[in-house]
Write a protein that binds this ligand. Structure first.
Ligand code: MLC
Ligand code: AMP
Length: 503
C-alpha cells in the first residue's frame, strides 16, 4: 500500500545496518534497529486505538524513542503533533483540545499535571522518558517489530505544527506528506547530502528545523546523525570531529564564536554549516569565516512552508542574505497593500507557492483564506528585498513577532496576559537586541489609575502560566505608551527606547 513519506524516508532502511543515530554516550543505533523501534511504536499506537488520520501529540525530551514516535506516526498513518517541552499544562491543553488529539504522550514527570488535560480532551495518555522508559515504551516493547505501513496519499496530513497567531490564538499548520517529502528532496539535492554524511544534531525535534529539515534530510539521504540532547558547548566540541555537517539557529553560531575551542582545527573537516530559523547577522557570518574558514550557508523557512530559499552549496554564500528560491518554490516580493510585485531591490512582503506550502490552518478556514492570495501564494509576513540575481535579503517583519533563540513569541499572547494583571491598564511587548538569543522579550506596562506596579510582582504573576522562553526578561512601568495619530501603539519607538536593555 502506498505511503509516500514512509516509502521514501523509512522503507529503504528496513534491514539497513548503517548507523542512523550516534548518541552522546557512544551508543550507536542502526537504521534497522530504529525501524524495529518505529514498528513496535506503531503497533503500540494502534493498540492504543490510534487510526490513520488521528492526531498523536508528543511532549517529551529528545531521545531516539521520541524520534521513533514521529516515525511510528508516519508508519501508522497518524498525524504527528510535536510540542515544545517548555510549554505549561495550560498551553498543552489548548493544543490537545484544539487538535482533538487521540493520544498524548508525555514525560513521566509531567504525567500528573497532564492527566486532567488528557481527560478533558478525551485523549489517551502514555509516557515516554528520555532514558527510553515510560508506559508507551513498555507497551511497545512487547509488540511485533514489523508493521505494514498504512495507506496514505500525498495530500494526507503527516503533521500538525502549532504556530502562534498574531491575535494570540495558536494555529495548527497542516503539513501533508507531500509538503514534507518535496522539501526533503529539494534540500538533499541543494545541500548535497549523501549516505556518507553525519549531521551534528543539537536542535530540538519539536520544530521544523530539527525534525523535518535535519531528520528528514538525513533519512532521505541515508546518512547518520550525532544525536545530542540539546545545545551544550562541551558536547558540541567533543562530537564535532565525528560529524560532516551541522545545522543550527544563529545562537549556535554566536555561542561557538564566544568559545575559543571552535577554530579551524576543530571544524576544518566539516563540509557544511547551515543556519536558519532567525536572522544570522552578517557580522556573525564574517566572524565565523574568519575564525574557522567556513562560510555558513544561510537558508530561510517557516513552519507553514518548510524551506523556501537557500544560499548555494557551490557559488556565493552571501552574508546577510537568505539566498535564492529553492527549486520548486515560486517566490515573489509584493507591495503589502496592493499585492503587486515590487521592482528588484525594493522592500515588499515575501509570498511563496509550491509543493512545500502547507494545506492550511487546522479548523480555521477563514484564517487560512486570509493568508493566501487567490492565485495560491501564501503571504509569509516577512519583509524583504530581492536582487536582480535572485538573492533575497530579509529586512524585517510585517507581522508582530519576536524570534528569541529560534523560538517564535507572539507579543499579543503576552500582552493579553499582562493586561489581565491587577493594576495594569495596558501593555506592549517588544523584542529588542539580545547578544545570545538575537532578540529578548521586554514588556512595557501602564498602571491603571495610579496603581503601584512592580516588575517583580508582574514577572512572578505570569511565571508558570506560559513557557519560560516567552516570559519577558524585563518589564518597564511607564505613564503612557507612544501612539501615532491613528492611536496605534508605536512599537518602533519602544524598540528604540529599550534597545540597550540587554547590553
Ligand atoms: C531557552 N531559554 C530561552 C530560550 N531557550 N529563552 C529565550 N529564548 C529561547 N530560545 C531559557 C530557558 O527558559 C532558561 O531560562 C534558560 O534560557 C536556559 O535554558 P536552557 O534550556 O539551558 O537553554 P539553552 O539550552 O541554552 O537553549 C537555548 C537554545 C534553544 C538557543 C539552544 O532555545 C534552542 O535549541 N533553540 C532552537 C529553537 C529551534 O529549533 N527553532 C526552530 C524553529 S523552526 P531560565 O531563566 O529559567 O534560566 C523554524 C522554521 C525554520 O523556525 O526556518 O527553521
Ligand atoms: P516559525 O514559525 O517558527 O517557523 O518561524 C518562521 C519565521 O522565522 C519566518 O517567517 C521568518 O520570520 C523567520 N526566519 C526563518 N529563517 C530565517 C532566516 N534565515 N533569516 C531571517 N528570518 C528567518
Amino acid at each position: 500500500m502506498p505511503n509516500p513519506l514512509y516509502d521514501a524516508l523509512f522503507r529503504p532502511h528496513e534491514g539497513n545496518e548503517a548507523v542512523f543515530l550516534s548518541l552522546k554516550d557512544g551508543r550507536d543505533i542502526s537504521y534497522a534497529e530504529f525501524m524495529r523501534l518505529a514498528a513496535r511504536l506503531a503497533n503500540a499506537l494502534a493498540a492504543s486505538g490510534v487510526q490513520p488520520g488521528d492526531r498523536v501529540a508528543l511532549q517529551a525530551r529528545k531521545s531516539p524513542e521520541a524520534l521513533g514516535v514521529y516515525a511510528a506516526c508516519v508508519t501508522a498513518g497518524a498525524v504527528f503533533l510535536p510540542l515544545n517541552t517548555a510549554y505549561t499544562p495550560a498551553e498543552v491543553e489548548y493544543f490537545v483540545t484544539d487538535a482533538g488529539v487521540k493520544l498524548l504522550v508525555c514525560d513521566s514527570a509531567s504525567r500528573a499535571a497532564l492527566e486532567p488535560v488528557a481527560q478533558k480532551a478525551e485523549s489517551a495518555l502514555l509516557t515516554l522518558d528520555a532514558d527510553g522508559g515510560g508506559t508507551l515504551a513498555d507497551l511497545a516493547r512487547n509488540q511485533p517489530a514489523g508493521f505494514a505501513a498504512a495507506e496514505r496519499g500525498p495530500d494526507d496530513l503527516a503533521a500538525l505544527l502549532y504556530t502562534s497567531g498574531t491575535t494570540g490564538r495558536s494555529k495548527g499548520a497542516m503539513l501533508t506528506q507531500d509538503n514534507l517529502l518535496s522539501n526533503a528532496e529539494a534540500l538533499v539535492d541543494a545541500w548535497r547530502f549523501t549516505a556518507a554524511d553525519m549531521l551534528l544534531h543539537a536542535l530540538p525535534i519539536f520544530h521544523t528545523h530539527g525534525l523535518f529539515v535535519a531528520s528528514n534530510v538525513t533519512l532521505l539521504a541515508g546518512g547518520g546523525m550525532v544525536f545530542l540532547p540539546g545545545l551544550d558547548m562541551d558536547d558540541l566540541a567533543a562530537h564535532m570531529r565525528r560529524a560532516t555537517t551541522m545545522m543550527g539557529v544563529p545562537t549556535f553560531y554566536t555561542r561557538m564564536l564566544a568559545d575559543p575551542r571552535f577554530d579551524r582545527a576543530l571544524t576544518g573537516h566539516m563540509r557544511l554549516f547551515i543556519s536558519g530559523s532567525a536572522p544570522l547577522l552578517a557580522e556573525t557570518h564574517r566572524d565565523f569565516e574568519a575564525r574557522t574558514g567556513q562560510r555558513i550557508l544561510e537558508r530561510y523557512g517557516m513552519t507553514e512552508t518548510n524551506m523556501n530559499t537557500s544560499n548555494p552549496y557551490k557559488g556565493e554564500r552571501r552574508a546577510g542574505t537568505v539566498g535564492q528560491p529553492l527549486p520548486g518554490v515560486a517566490l515573489r516580493i509584493v507591495d503589502p497593500e496592493t499585492g503587486a510585485p515590487v521592482p528588484p531591490g525594493e522592500v515588499g512582503i515575501i509570498e511563496v507557492k509550491g509543493r512545500n506550502v502547507f494545506k492550511g490552518y487546522w479548523n480555521m478556514p477563514e484564517k487560512t483564506a486570509q493568508e493566501f492570495r487567490t492565485d495560491g501564494f501564501f503571504i509569509t509576513g516577512d519583509l524583504a528585498t530581492m536582487d536582480a540575481d535572485g538573492y533575497v535579503t530579509i529586512v524585517g517583519r510585517a507581522k508582530d513577532l519576536i524570534i528569541s533563540g529560534g523560538y517564535n513569541i507572539y507579543p499579543k499572547e503576552i500582552e493579553l496576559l499582562l493586561d489581565e494583571q491587577p493594576g495594569v491598564a495596558e501593555s506592549a511587548v517588544i523584542g529588542v537586541p539580545h547578544p545570545d538569543m538575537g532578540e529578548g522579550v521586554v514588556g512595557v506596562v501602564v498602571p491603571r489609575n495610579g496603581a503601584d506596579l512592580s516588575e517583580t510582582v508582574l514577572l512572578g504573576a505570569i511565571a508558570g502560566t506560559i513557557a519560560r522562553f516567552k516570559q519577558p526578561r524585563r518589564i518597564f512601568v511607564v505613564d503612557e505608551l507612544p501612539r501615532n495619530t491613528m492611536g496605534k501603539v508605536q512599537k518602533n519607538v519602544l524598540r528604540d527606547r529599550y534597545k540597550d536593555t540587554f547590553g
